[in-house]
Design a binder for this molecule. Structure first.
Ligand code: FES
Length: 114
């Protein structure tokens, strides 16, 4: 059996495509963001890319969807999490770009731990 390929990442971004976020357009948000991350070379499997974007089930923020959770390293290298609601594709890309570049995350729609 072949060994699985490992791709190092800086961040894992999950966009909820659960039932209520789906009704709020999250499938289109995910698809558009996916294409943008590929086009801009941010996707983890592209040369120089580092962001893994996946869809997820319900993230528990159904009334405020589409919801997004990102897991990434903090300034000390510890695992951190960042949460957002009412995301659209441009904001997913903005979040992914900030995580890739190690710059400040956007504040609009952000909640939870800082
Ligand atoms: S369906 Fe997306 S947070 Fe619940």
């Amino acid at each position: 059996m072949d060994e699985p390929l490992f791709f190092a990442t800086r961040a894992h971004v999950l966009v909820c495509t659960g039932p209520r976020c789906g009704r709020a357009g999250s499938r289109r948000v995910f698809d558009e963001a996916w294409r943008a991350l590929e086009r801009e070379g941010l996707a983890y499997y592209k040369r120089g890319g580092s962001v893994r974007l996946t869809e997820s089930g319900c993230l528990g923020q159904c009334a405020h969807g589409p919801a997004l959770a990102a897991y990434h390293g903090d300034a000390q290298g510890a695992l951190a999490e960042s949460w957002f609601v009412q995301v659209d594709a441009p904001r997913v890309v903005e979040i992914a770009r900030a995580l890739h570049d190690g710059t400040a995350l956007p504040e609009r729609g952000r909640f939870g731990p800082r």
